[in-house]
Design a protein around this ligand. Structure first.
Ligand code: NAP
Length: 393
C-alpha cells in the first residue's frame, strides 16, 4: 500500500457516473453534500470533464438550483491503476476514503472470457479492488444486481450469492464473479452491496438514457409496427396476431432509477447503514400480463395473446419469428422471478417507498421512450459566459 496521509475531506470515488444510475447518484449525493470524485472515460465526442459537466448542467436546469460538482478523474477500468494520470492517482490516494463501484457492462451476450461483459465486470472490478487496496480505500460500496440469483426459484436472501445456481446469461455470471471478488477482499473494512432489480427510467418524468431490458421489448414492437407498415388507418394494429408463450402471471422486479438512487444515497450518507447487502426490489413485483398490456398500449398494438408458458408453436408467423429472433438475448428474463428478500432495504429506508410499477407507470415509461425515439444525446456543455447570461435572465 502507498503510505500517504488522507486529507480532512473524505471523498467517495465513484465509477459509472455517466450511466443511468450513476447520473442520478451524482445528483442525489450532491444534494446530500457528500464529497464525490468520479472516474470517467472520455467518449468519442467529449472529454471526461465535459461529459460530467453536461450531466450536472442538465440537473441544474431541471432542479433550478446550483449543484456541487464532483472532482473528475479521467480513467478506464480495464487499465492498470484505472488508466489514471499520476497526479490524479496521487489526488485519489490523498483524498478518497471510500469507493462506490457502480460501473459495469450490461451486455447479455459474450464472445468469451476476455470480451464484455467479463472484461469490465470481472477485469474492471479486479482493477478497482487493486487500486483501492493500494490507495488505502477501505470503505467499499458495490453495485451488484438482484439477478446474481441466476435462474433460482423461491426466496433469495441477501446473504446468499453462489449456491451453485445456473445463470441465464454471461452478464449474471460476470456480476457473481465480481461480487465474489469484492466479498473475498480482506483489505476492505466496510462492505455494502446494493442489488437492484431491473432498472427502468425516472418514475416522475420518464427519463432514461439507456434502452435495454424493458425498453428493448418496447422498441422492438414499436419498430416492427412502424417500419413494416402494419399500422392500419386508425393508427392501431390488431391484424397481425402474435402469440407470446407466457402465462401472464410471471413476476418481474422492475424499479425506477430515481428510487434506486434515492435509497442508495440515503444508505451511503448514513454510516450506520453500511456493512449490509440490500435487495433494491419493489414492494410488489409486476406481472408479465401488465407489462404486455402497457407495452401494447404504448405501441398501439392489440394483436398479442399470452398463450401460456408451456405452449409449443409448430410454426411461427413471420412477425412472431422476427420478434422471437430479436428478443432472444433477453430469453433468460422470460420466466417467473424468485422472491427477493428486501427486509433490510425496508428497514433502512422506510420513508422511501418504491413507486408502484403498475400499468399506468409502465405505459408512461414506454410512451416517454417512444417520444425520445429510443435515443439520448448529452447536451453540449454551455460556455461559462453563456451560462452567466442564462442565469441572469
Ligand atoms: N440497468 C439495470 O437494469 C441494472 C439492474 C441491476 C443492477 N444494475 C447495475 O447497476 C450499475 C449501473 O448500471 P446502469 O444501468 O447505470 O448501466 P449503464 O447506464 O449502462 O452505465 C454503465 C456505466 O459504466 C461505465 N463503464 C462500463 N464499462 C466501463 C469501463 N470499462 N471503464 C469505465 N467505465 C465503464 C459506463 O461508462 P461509459 O458511459 O463511458 O460507457 C457507464 O458510466 C451496474 O453495476 C449494473 O450492473 C443495473
Amino acid at each position: 500500500m502507498i503510505n500517504t496521509a488522507k486529507s480532512e475531506t473524505n471523498y467517495l470515488l465513484m465509477t459509472g457516473a455517466t450511466g443511468l444510475l450513476g447520473r442520478y447518484l451524482m445528483k442525489d449525493l450532491a444534494i446530500a453534500n457528500v464529497p464525490l470524485a468520479v472516474v470517467v472515460r472520455p467518449s468519442r465526442r467529449l472529454s471526461a470533464e465535459s461529459r460530467i459537466e453536461s450531466i450536472m448542467e442538465s440537473w441544474e436546469d431541471q432542479l433550478n438550483r446550483p449543484l456541487m460538482r464532483p472532482v473528475v478523474l479521467a480513467g478506464e477500468l480495464c487499465e492498470d491503476s484505472l488508466g489514471m494520470e499520476p497526479n490524479d492517482i496521487r489526488w485519489a490516494i490523498e483524498n478518497c476514503t471510500g469507493m462506490i463501484h457502480n460501473a459495469a457492462s450490461l451486455s447479455f451476450v459474450s464472445t468469451g472470457p476476455e470480451a464484455e461483459p467479463y472484461r469490465s465486470n470481472v477485469g474492471g472490478t479486479k482493477n478497482v479492488l487493486q487500486f483501492c487496496q493500494e490507495a488505502g480505500i477501505r470503505e467499499f460500496h458495490h453495485v451488484s444486481t438482484a439477478y446474481v440469483c441466476g435462474l433460482r426459484n423461491g426466496t433469495v436472501l441477501p446473504s446468499e450469492l453462489d449456491v451453485g445456481q445456473e445463470f441465464g446469461n454471461p452478464y449474471e455470471e460476470s456480476k457473481v464473479m465480481a461480487e465474489k471478488m469484492v466479498r473475498g477482499s480482506d483489505f476492505i473494512d466496510s462492505l455494502t452491496v446494493y442489488r437492484p432489480g431491473i432498472i427502468v427510467g425516472d418514475s416522475k418524468n420518464g427519463f432514461t438514457n439507456t434502452f435495454h431490458g424493458f425498453y428493448a421489448a418496447v422498441q422492438l414492437i414499436h419498430t416492427i409496427l412502424r417500419n413494416q407498415d402494419l399500422v392500419g388507418e386508425t393508427g392501431f394494429s390488431d391484424v397481425y396476431p402474435t402469440r407470446i408463450n407466457l402465462d401472464g402471471t410471471e413476476s418481474k422486479n422492475l424499479v425506477p432509477v430515481d428510487w434506486v438512487s434515492a435509497v442508495m444515497a440515503h444508505i451511503l450518507s448514513h454510516d450506520k447503514l453500511h456493512g449490509d447487502t440490500y435487495h433494491l426490489t419493489p414492494r410488489n413485483a409486476v406481472e408479465t400480463r401488465t407489462i404486455n398490456a402497457a407495452l401494447c398500449a404504448s405501441c398501439r398494438f392489440y394483436g398479442s395473446t399470452l398463450t401460456g408458458a408451456d405452449t409449443h408453436f409448430e410454426e411461427h408467423t413471420e412477425l412472431e419469428e422476427f420478434f422471437y429472433e430479436h428478443i432472444r438475448v433477453y430469453n433468460s428474463y422470460w420466466r417467473n422471478d424468485p422472491t427477493f428478500d428486501s427486509t433490510n432495504t425496508q428497514k433502512a429506508a422506510p420513508h422511501l417507498l418504491c413507486p408502484h410499477m403498475d400499468y399506468k407507470m409502465l405505459k408512461f415509461l414506454a410512451d416517454q421512450a417512444i417520444k425520445m425515439n429510443f435515443t439520448f444525446r448529452e447536451k453540449p456543455v454551455m460556455q461559462k459566459a453563456d451560462r452567466a447570461v442564462v442565469n441572469a435572465q
